[in-house]
Design a binder for this molecule. Structure first.
Ligand SMILES: [Zn+2]
Length: 519
């Protein structure tokens, strides 16, 4: 009954994300849920003696952002590693790494991450010779921004000597390792060097605070065993600060399936999610699988991680066990093969509303979009990639040539064919407002969505992608009180959304972030 809301928020421009009544002025919450969303009077009817009333004075309020493709638990273990992302040249990246060797004992690994040669004048990968300039006494590894490859120095190569001959272990014409490791070689090395479970758990608090500042209230996070265990422990201790839909890597599938687990197990803080499967690599590393040659590289079409029959088999095991699947597919060939596999799996074991997902879905043609719609497959996209890769001289253009590049990320077509769309960032970088900027003002007309649609993809679209549309993703009575107050009005100035900021973030009725800087 009325009279006992904890908080009433009035005077807002509240985007509910509910199609029938997209805007409201006020909301009231009690405990972790919304008890009213509507006019100031409707919310104020819930006012009681202990109710706190906040007038947001015309500010825009949106549902909490749900990043549908995150790597928060992996990044948590790397808090403190050298981030090379904003290095404008190769030399700057190398000198940052060199700075790290000072406090590392000889023989200890030095880690760099997020380098991106496409931002450097010479557009050449980091390699052994570069990293030998960083240190000859420390093994050094620098992971590329796409996390599908890394470069090692000579000491690093010594420590990785047993990887010679694995797929992706690069050698030059004379058989000498270049220091570049991709795919299988990278995977094995990464398993060995990645942070401990304790490091992951310790870093998750920092990662949650970063999320709050960006207005992120839920994440669909790709997890390995360490991440999955760290999240469960934090949940048990009541210290999970962001809602998590945990998407286990497919090497965990046999164990999870044989234990009888399924997608959906858990609660509104931590839920077992989709199984993450890879079908190809990345355009930057020339490993995304294409139906035609890479620009300027005759005969090169990237790689499928699994033979089509093996991919189908994996997806079938997951599907049969009751899991949603989330398959990484960037190139048109990878998307086609993934659609083939999912269609065939769904034909063999029909399941109502399985909501299998294709992650990235960057180069689908019209026919693939239609097939996704018919099979009930969701598109899980990262609009921030448009800003990163889609511009003149960017990765799409250099890898695909102008013509093919101009067809990337067709959000308009995906919407027109009513393929359910959800948005995330892949952590490159995190930031829904930054991503939304590119969803409303991409380089090509077919990339651009109306701002309401774009925000829906980052809120209700992502809630649907985790089967949680009944509890979150929209602001309506009975839903979780997860919302964000913005500075700036994206409905009035959509193209400026990227420069707007988060004023405050609420999760489950708790105020988790408030901007304190002066106006
Ligand atoms: Zn990813």
């Amino acid at each position: 009954m009325s009279g006992d809301a904890d908080v009433i928020l009035v005077g807002g421009r509240i985007f509910t994300s509910v199609p029938e009544h997209p805007f409201a002025r006020a909301l009231a919450l009690r405990g972790e849920r919304l008890v009213a969303v509507g006019t100031d009077a409707q919310a104020e009817a819930w006012s009681g003696r202990r109710t706190r009333t906040i007038d947001v004075r015309g500010r825009v309020v949106v549902p909490g952002f749900i990043d549908a493709h995150a790597h928060v638990s992996s990044a948590a273990g790397e808090v403190g590693w050298t981030d090379l992302f904003s290095s404008r040249t190769r030399e700057i990246a190398l000198s940052r790494l060199r700075g790290r060797t000072a406090d590392a004992p000889p023989g200890a690994w030095v880690f760099g991450m997020n380098w991106d040669e496409s931002q450097w004048p010479d557009r050449r990968y980091l390699d052994r010779e570069d990293l030998d300039q960083v240190s000859t006494v420390h093994p050094v590894i620098a992971v590329r921004r796409d996390r599908h490859m890394a470069a090692l120095n000579s000491r690093g190569l010594e420590a990785a000597g047993d990887l010679v001959g694995l797929r992706g272990f690069e050698v030059d014409g004379s058989g000498r390792p270049t220091g570049v490791v991709k795919e299988d070689a990278f995977g094995s090395l990464w398993d060995r060097l990645s942070p401990s479970e304790a490091a992951v758990e310790a870093g998750l608090g920092t990662m949650a605070r970063r999320a709050h500042r960006l207005g992120i209230t839920s994440i669909h996070d790709v997890v390995d065993l360490r991440g999955l265990r760290a999240y469960q422990r934090l949940r048990r201790l009541g210290r999970l600060r962001v809602r998590v839909y945990a998407m286990p890597r497919d090497d965990l599938l046999p164990h999870l399936a044989s234990a009888g687990l399924m997608s959906g197990l858990g609660d509104s803080w931590l839920r077992l999610g989709a199984i993450k499967v890879f079908s190809d690599g990345s355009l930057g590393a020339y490993t995304a699988a294409l139906s035609e040659d890479y620009e300027g590289r005759p005969g090169e079409r990237g790689m499928l991680i699994h033979k089509p029959r093996e991919l189908r088999e994996r997806l079938l095991i997951a599907h049969r066990a009751g899991f949603q699947t989330a398959t990484h597919a960037i190139g048109d060939e990878a998307i086609r093969v993934t659609l083939d596999a999912l269609e065939s799996v769904l034909a063999e074991v029909p399941r109502e509303d399985a909501r299998h997902r294709i992650e990235h879905f960057e180069l689908p043609d019209e026919d693939m979009i239609r097939r996704a719609r018919a099979a009930g497959i969701l598109a899980s996209c990262q609009p921030n990639f448009i800003g990163w890769c889609s511009g003149p001289g960017g990765t799409y253009e250099t890898r695909l040539g102008k013509d093919r590049a101009s067809r990337n990320t067709p959000f308009q077509r995906i919407r027109r064919h009513r393929v359910p769309l959800c948005f995330g960032s892949d952590g490159m970088p995190y930031g829904p407002l930054h991503g939304l900027r590119w969803a409303v003002s991409g380089f090509f007309e077919h990339q651009r969505l109306p701002v309401e649609e774009a925000i829906r993809a980052y809120t209700s679209g992502s809630a649907r992608a985790s089967f949680e549309e009944d509890v979150k993703g929209t602001l309506a009575t009975g839903k979780l009180a997860d919302f964000v107050v913005l500075r700036g009005d994206p409905f009035h100035d959509p193209v400026d959304i990227g420069s707007m900021s988060v004023d405050s973030t609420w999760i489950g009725g708790r105020h988790v972030y408030r901007r304190t800087a002066k106006r």
